[in-house]
Design a protein around this ligand. Structure first.
Ligand code: GMT
Length: 377
């Protein structure tokens, strides 16, 4: 099939899923066209079935805002027409599903539209009444709408009330990249680089440092737990909360135990160095970083937000804490990292769970079946 993909190309789970799906579809013999404002950051392979169409958004001074949505719609329309695409897969209802619908009309083609909801479009923008109509329109006018978790699907029905079936297709990871191979060696090397002792436990978090990630809770939980266990906290990424978090770490007297590693292009090394991965967000449709970290052997502690409990089975493959309850999170850190036997059991359960529920091949099959079902219509 000929498939167009539009996503936000920067660092972020939705762009990663869109890119990885495109790569895997290309490997399965489909022709894949990325239509984006930049080359997606995880698109690091060169494959004859992959085409990248980049749009430049003009910012003429007469326009108050750069016309991203119209520009990308116009580009999608060109690609639909020129390559006679069968399907366009839009990541996010707003703006991309709406752009896809506009592009289809501009192109005059019968191209089918698949839209995947990733979270921010619903759980954050869904509360903004000025966008509700656009989100609903994007969902209802797509031929197929998918959601990355059951929780996000339920939130979408509750907040947007679309008259449309939504299919859950969970996120997945590239197991060739995120895995346990060379874990000990990679960890040892990176520990030396960061001055971390060989036997010190490593707790990690990575995100875009937005307030909804509640990194403060992670730092406060670590502060309590670190009085009982020998551990460091490694924070990877950057964003609006960075400054506040640096101050908090200083105020708590934790500068020797918290490492701000900043934005990293190769985050796998950090997952492999980690014993535990924390994601205590107040909203999280899925938490792709959890899955990446887990397959690299880091046992997770997550919050009850959104789809996190579809990824972690409490007390079996990790722990789940109530949003905001950092004291509870601290108890779980200690329970996990002070009992080697329990840790090993959980780690093994976690690896088995990913293999049985989130195997990339079976998730990609689900998307491919959806594409094929549209071709047969
Ligand atoms: O987590 C973010 O803030 C980034 C955001 C994005 O646009 O990439 O992530 C969303 O999509 C990911 C891929 O489906 C999910 O794993 C994240 O949970 C989701 N983020 C939120 O729901 C806040």
């Amino acid at each position: 099939m000929k498939i167009g993909i539009t996503c936000y190309p920067g660092v972020g789970g939705s762009g990663i899923i869109a890119t990885e799906l495109g790569i895997q579809m290309a490997k399965r013999g489909h022709q894949v066209h990325f239509i984006t404002s930049k080359v997606p950051f995880r698109l690091t392979i060169d494959h004859p079935n992959i085409y990248v169409h980049q749009t430049d958004v003009n910012s003429y001074s007469v326009f108050q805002y750069p016309p991203y949505d119209i520009t990308i719609s116009s580009k999608i329309a060109e690609v639909i027409k020129y390559y006679d695409l069968d399907v366009i897969h839009m990541h996010y209802a707003v703006p991309h599903a709406v752009c896809g619908i506009l592009a289809k009309q501009m192109s005059g083609s019968d191209v089918k539209i698949v839209t995947t909801l990733h979270g921010t479009d619903i759980t954050v923008l869904g509360h903004d009444m000025t966008l509700t109509s656009a989100i609903k329109f994007g969902i209802e006018s797509s031929d197929i709408t998918t959601s990355v978790s059951n929780s996000l699907k339920e939130d979408t029905y509750r907040l947007i009330r679309p008259e449309k079936e939504i299919t859950t297709v969970h996120n997945f990871i590239d197991e060739n990249k995120f895995n346990m191979s060379d874990k000990e060696y990679t960890a040892a090397k990176l520990k030396v680089r960061y001055g971390i002792n060989e036997h010190t436990k490593v707790i990690m978090h990575t995100s875009n440092f937005r307030a909804i990630k509640r990194i403060e809770d992670i730092i406060r939980a670590f502060n309590i737990a670190s009085s009982e266990i020998d551990a460091v906290l490694v924070l990877v990424g950057d964003g609006p909360e960075m400054n506040r978090m640096r101050h908090l770490v200083t105020d708590l007297g934790l500068t020797d135990k918290v490492i701000f590693a900043g934005q990293q292009s190769d985050v796998v090394r950090f997952y492999k160095m980690s014993d535990c991965f924390m994601l205590l967000s107040e909203q999280e449709s899925f938490g792709l970083a959890l899955l990446e970290a887990m397959n690299c052997g880091a046992v997770p502690i997550g919050s009850t937000a959104g789809g996190i409990s579809e990824v972690i089975q409490h007390d079996e493959t990790g722990y789940i804490t109530d949003v905001g309850n950092y004291e509870q999170a601290a108890r779980y850190i200690v329970a996990l990292l002070s009992n080697d036997e329990k840790y090993k059991t959980m780690q093994q359960n976690m690896l088995n769970e990913i293999e049985s529920r989130f195997k990339s091949e079976s998730i990609i099959d689900q998307y491919e079946d959806l594409y094929f079902s549209l071709k047969e219509e």
